[in-house]
Design a protein around this ligand. Sequence first.
Ligand code: NDP
Length: 356
Amino acid sequence: MPENVVIIGSGPAAWTAAIYAARANLTPLVFQGNPYDERNNQNGTLPLGQLALTTEVENFPGWPTGDTREYLRTALSPDDTHFPYWVSANKSQPNHGIQGPELMALMRKQALNVGTRIESKDVVSVDLKKSPFMLTMHDGSTVETRTIILSTGARANYLGLPSEERFKNNGVSACAVCDGALPRFRNKPIVVVGAGDSACEEASYLSKFATKVYMVVRRDAMRASKIMADRARANPKIEIRWNSVVEEVLGEDKLGVTGVRLKNTAKGTSEEIECSGMFCAIGHTPNVGFLNNQVKLNEGGYILWTTVARSYTSVDGVFAAGDVADDYYRQAISAAGTGCMAALDAERWLGHHGFA
Ligand code: NDP
């Protein structure tokens, strides 16, 4: 028998879809990805998604700052892979709201509790040409399913420097909204790399916390829309370094990032800038390779929602949720919202076709 609903992904969109599908008695099967594949580690595509790569999450409703240790202790079993170390070590976290990995572990737990089945496999290819659809996993196993919810997310692009890798989560970030307000970035200079709308937006946002924001732009022009670029230029706290690339992120293991070394490609000169962090805003890459162009994408390579305010894709019975189909909002809460929509859409599709 084919599955009713297969959900591919393991971020907030996937788990929200799973919670809704499971509560509709559809016994969803989630492919959360292979945690042992080094490529997933390198690409930032490990199970539990981008939130598992962040620290404090202050903007997900329901998790105010406060000591949630007791709640986590009872909600997660100690053998959970993301059981927070300070809970098991009985350490105090006085201002602790929720960390990204914990939020994801709790979402997964909630999905499990209501009857979701989870497999730690990467879906490497799909055949969407006939229904039921066929999925092939990294170990060669296959699964047939009547509906699919695609929620594989998008990965932030980084520069690819070894020094950048060393300080990820210790001053190097790709999400100002997620991390910008953390104490380490307050009242200190910050570097933003990129010159698109995201970079301008992140620089403007970070200028609320930082003493100064250096925008590192690799050409002598911005890619951003005029209005966003003008706003960044007019901000007295933002200083732009044109024709510049980051050669190395500087820092120490204990302190994290303390600066960056820039190279001016027009003049051939180098300079060191003191900063508490470096934010990469050089675009995202949606995780759609395994689809092999069987689902329509927009010009940015993200899955196209074919109907306004629905999670429908170009393939009947295939739905998309979260960042893999959203190059605009890219927030955990908006991903969760579209995950809910996709599960309801899949449920209705199954009902309409006489399967549920
Ligand atoms: P973009 O692709 O528009 O811009 C990426 C920027 O990063 C470019 O300036 C690019 O430089 C630079 N870049 C890429 N790779 C490197 C690298 N290796 N080293 C240094 N710089 C690099 O991505 P965005 O995320 O900014 O925007 C994505 C989409 O989302 C756009 O359509 C944008 O309009 C939209 N958006 C809209 C917002 C709004 O309206 N409020 C806010 C945020 C995004 P170069 O120009 O030289 O190629």
